[in-house]
Design a protein around this ligand. Structure first.
Ligand SMILES: C[S@@+](CC[C@H](N)C(=O)[O-])C[C@H]1O[C@@H](n2cnc3c(N)ncnc32)[C@H](O)[C@@H]1O
Length: 421
């Protein structure tokens, strides 16, 4: 296969393709650690293969689990003591910062940020700071109420528009733009529509557009020869396809490319839940019950296999474990014997819950590598389409874990020629 020339604008000496290859090989090498879902698979093969590693995580306290979940570098260092190849994590996931630390001036002042959650305001400001200066009309893809569009507007001499399919959000966004005198117009538009006519010569931007939506933006931008495209992807798993289809020729053509299911893709964005304490407690309790019922149903059916149970009516969470089991058994057409020892199975669920938490921790080490593997595929695609690509973070992980930004400028466009990057 002939490869296009390596891009000139990414960090260090390593090309995106080399970085993608290294990540791909590493993820393939360790697939046993991240592919099985701990909730449905109590005995993943890696526990037998690396018993010392399994014991090490089994002995972690809840506090350690939380601390390590928030600090993937420390997690890699710890797990890397038993499995040294895991220490490559840091080097494999390093990307440049596309921000200088002070997004201040680019952030919409609070008095103008009506209806804009605080984090969204800061994320939009950081995004704007990372892609300024702006040289073209701007199109905000899946813009919601146009928070990003309104943030970019003061920095853009041309027109700023947005596509969003929710009529209510478009109306709200246009009302806000009118109220604050922003030169922003949002249009009600399904971006997946085949008949969508892409405006010409616009700079496409998207903050947290989900799976197929950002992939459609890339394809439409490349096809329409847009001069620039800047987006931070999210929810990679929101796709019509059962298996991830690499977008770039190089990732798609590699014989050892990872084959990822939608469920695997979900891991890239799986975060520790930041819901209020009371909600978290309820969710955990139901998870324990589900795991308890799982043990019970395996025993009753004499089949050591997970049985998916549909989502439960909210009121059920206020009852007890036995009530949950009766409901779940009915749903699955199982008969519960009168002598069922609910206390035993409830304790089983608690034990499994602790185990799942620790196996999930190991799996969580692979979230960022998977995400970067995907985003590098996007960077490769855009290179193949004649763009110079920057890939890095636009803000701290604390502001949003979805902090990767792709900024692609069509080779030979004014922005590139003027050396503004
Ligand atoms: C995660 S939100 C991001 C919104 C906005 N970019 C922001 O950061 O505030 C995704 C947005 O995409 C919109 N959306 C989903 N599917 C769409 C489609 N097919 N066409 C246009 N907009 C769509 C949703 O209504 C939602 O507003």
């Amino acid at each position: 296969m002939t490869l296009p020339p390596a891009a000139s604008l990414h960090h260090g000496a390593e090309s995106f393709y080399q970085q993608w290859q290294r990540l791909n090989d590493w993820l393939v090498q360790h697939h046993e650690l991240w592919q099985p879902a701990p909730f449905t698979d109590p005995c993943p093969a890696w526990v037998q293969r690396w018993p010392v590693l399994a014991e090490q995580v089994a002995n972690l306290s809840d506090r350690d689990c939380q601390r390590l979940d928030d600090d993937p570098g420390a997690l890699a260092a710890l797990l890397g003591r038993e499995l040294p190849s895991l220490q490559l994590f840091e080097g494999l996931t390093r990307v440049p910062l596309l921000y200088s630390g002070s997004a201040g001036p680019s952030t919409l002042p609070e008095v103008r940020a009506t209806d804009m959650p605080g984090r969204k305001r800061l994320q939009s400001g950081a995004f704007a700071a990372a892609i300024r200066p702006l040289q073209h009309d701007v199109l905000d893809w899946c813009c919601g109420k146009g928070h990003l569009a309104r943030t970019l507007s003061p920095w853009c001499d041309g027109k700023v528009s947005g596509f969003e399919w929710s009529q209510a959000l478009v109306e709200d966004g246009n009302r806000l733009a009118g109220k604050f005198g922003d030169a922003v117009t949002l249009h009600c538009q399904d971006v997946m529509a085949e008949e969508l006519e892409m405006p010409e010569a616009v700079h496409g931007v998207a903050l947290h557009a989900c799976g197929d939506l950002h992939r459609r933006l890339m394809r439409r931008a490349a096809h329409g020869g847009l001069p620039r495209l800047s987006f931070s992807p999210c929810c990679y798993h929101l796709t019509e396809l059962r298996y991830y289809q690499p977008v770039s020729r190089r990732a798609g053509g590699c014989p050892h490319t990872l084959k990822l299911t939608r469920e695997n893709l979900r891991l890239a964005v799986q975060e520790t839940v930041t819901a209020p304490q009371r909600v978290r407690q309820k969710t955990r309790q139901v998870s324990r019950w589900r795991l308890g019922f799982d043990g019970l149903q395996r025993c009753l059916r004499g089949t050591d296999a997970y049985l998916p149970v549909p989502s439960h009516p909210p009121g059920l969470a206020n009852g007890d474990f036995a009530g949950f089991c009766r409901w779940a058994a009915k749903k699955k057409g199982l008969e519960l014997p009168d002598e069922t020892d609910f206390d035993h199975w409830e304790r089983h669920g608690e034990r499994r819950f602790q185990e799942v938490r620790r196996h999930e921790l190991v799996r969580h080490l692979f979230r960022r590598p998977l995400e970067l593997w995907l985003v590098l595929d996007y960077a490769l695609f855009l290179e193949e389409q004649g763009y110079d690509v920057r890939l890095g973070t636009f803000c701290e992980r604390q502001l949003t874990p979805r902090n990767l930004l792709i900024d692609a400028v069509k080779a030979g466009s004014t922005q590139n020629a003027q050396g503004l990057r």
